[in-house]
Design a protein around this ligand. Sequence first.
Ligand SMILES: *[C@@H]1O[C@H](CO)[C@@H](O)[C@H](O)[C@H]1NC(C)=O
Ligand SMILES: *[C@@H]1O[C@H](CO)[C@@H](O)[C@H](O)[C@H]1NC(C)=O
Ligand SMILES: *[C@@H]1O[C@H](CO)[C@@H](O)[C@H](O)[C@H]1NC(C)=O
Ligand SMILES: *[C@@H]1O[C@H](CO)[C@@H](O)[C@H](O)[C@H]1NC(C)=O
Ligand SMILES: [Zn+2]
Length: 513
Amino acid sequence: MLAGGPSGQPALLSLLLAVVLPFFCLAISIDEARNELIKREKMMRLGGQLVLKKEEEEANGKLMTLKKAEITKAMKTQMFPPSMHFFQAKKLIEKSEVFHILKKMPKGAALHLHDFGIVDVDWLVKNVTYRPHCHVCFTPNGTLHFKFAHPTPPAPNQEDCSKWILLQQYRKELKNVTEFDNSLQKTFTLVTENPEVTYVDQNVIWTKFETIFLTISGLVHYAPVFKDYIFRGLEEFYMDNVIYLELRARLPPVYELNGETHDRKWCVKTYKEVAEAFAKDHPEFVGLKLIYSDHRSKDASLIKISVKTAMELRTDFPTTVAGFDLVGREDTGHTLYDYKEALLIPSLKGIKLPYFLHAGETDWQGTSVDGNLLDALILNSTRIGHGFALSKHPAVMEDLQKRDIPIEVCPISNQVLKLVTDLRTHPATAFMAVGYPMVISSDDPAFFGAKGLSHDFYEVFMGISGMDADLRTLKQLAINSIKYSALSPTEKKTAMKTWEKTWDKFIHDLSKK
Ligand SMILES: *[C@@H]1O[C@H](CO)[C@@H](O)[C@H](O)[C@H]1NC(C)=O
Ligand SMILES: *[C@@H]1O[C@H](CO)[C@@H](O)[C@H](O)[C@H]1NC(C)=O
Ligand SMILES: *[C@@H]1O[C@H](CO)[C@@H](O)[C@H](O)[C@H]1NC(C)=O
Ligand SMILES: *[C@@H]1O[C@H](CO)[C@@H](O)[C@H](O)[C@H]1NC(C)=O
Ligand SMILES: [Zn+2]
């Protein structure tokens, strides 16, 4: 007899409970444990501790619906832009609704940019090379040199370059000017249809990269173009909802039509004046600061001079010159350790010269170049340019985090320059997961075919931060860009206020969409 008697029922019940409960409890404890982990990781993630306002929650809901739909679709089609080369992904990215939201999003500041890598090269071709008195010559290896002069520049050495040709005249003689302009455009950027074929290794792409800087130098070092370039640079970033820029600037000799040249002080003054003029017509623009930079191919004795120059410039322009950096390819350049005497000059003299050092932009773990991360930390770098190799240096990582020194992550640059292929495997994924201090920037967007910061933000939001990262992550990145900038505490307050105002409007528009 199983049931029925008054004493039978409890027996059955306890029997049932004895069988069912362990499963039930186990199920609960797995779910609880999972939820607990999920909650903890959510809090650890970059931006995880931000509390969103009601309207932000609504906006977030809309954004996340679109993000999840795009990722789910990509899993089906296996066409996921962050896993593709940017040159091939760009068209897809620009069709994405998430991308269009990111473009409108107030992103704060762009802290890792190089002086002549920020303006769409289309402008160099269509505007700059069409100006009067623009001359070109062809080197034996097929590269171009440009020079503005009237009537003609001094003749080049025959073995260095052909005779100068006036472009205005040259274009008149051409059968197909569009074709010529397209070819110019190609020499001004890295963009190509088959990057894997064109750039078989890092040496090939870095050679072309450095050649571009050399090729356009005759154009952008011409005083009127120099000024317009700065203005256009600010404009392109402002249009992309970036309100403040810090530029690594080489401050080259800038020349006039008659061959006269200007010095570094003139360059800094010009940056300052152009930024002030720009601010007049663009009320939300916060400003521009310069990080004076020299090339790491130079001899240590020359870098000593540059460090001294940086100190002088910072004394003369304390609100415009933020500090010093070394640029160029790390793998083939001098290490920071090679330059230690030069880089210790300020601290020995008791003068403050903040460093913003590129370090760890390499795949070669354990080399002397890989050691740049150690020296950047020891030299008290204010931020770390790239820090791509940082995960291989746990002690450096720990100390940087303790001192709240951020890395400047430039995903598209890292991919184009062949440090990483699929951006889902970019080392920043792990850093974002633990909320490591970082900012996002675009390095030399013009040469990569990108604009402003939005393309890089797309790669980060869709590919690097993972499916669950939401508006909190984006908001934190924007806040970080101001927090970790070289603005003074007072300037930061003003910048943050300006940013908040535009952020609230963006949230309002997105939540009502
Ligand atoms: C280039 O742009 C400037 C404004 O930025 C304009 O004044 C000038 O006429 C343009 N020149 C050419 C050749 O398009
Ligand atoms: C091409 O030649 C120029 C001048 O002769 C030189 O400066 C440059 O480094 C060369 N570029 C390449 C890619 O060999
Ligand atoms: C000139 O070249 C462009 C680009 O290659 C091409 O699209 C165009 O048809 C050419 N025009 C003429 C007149 O040949
Ligand atoms: C870096 O900062 C530490 C702590 O403030 C200081 O002791 C050290 O001298 C600094 N080093 C340099 C190279 O400025
Ligand atoms: Zn850089």
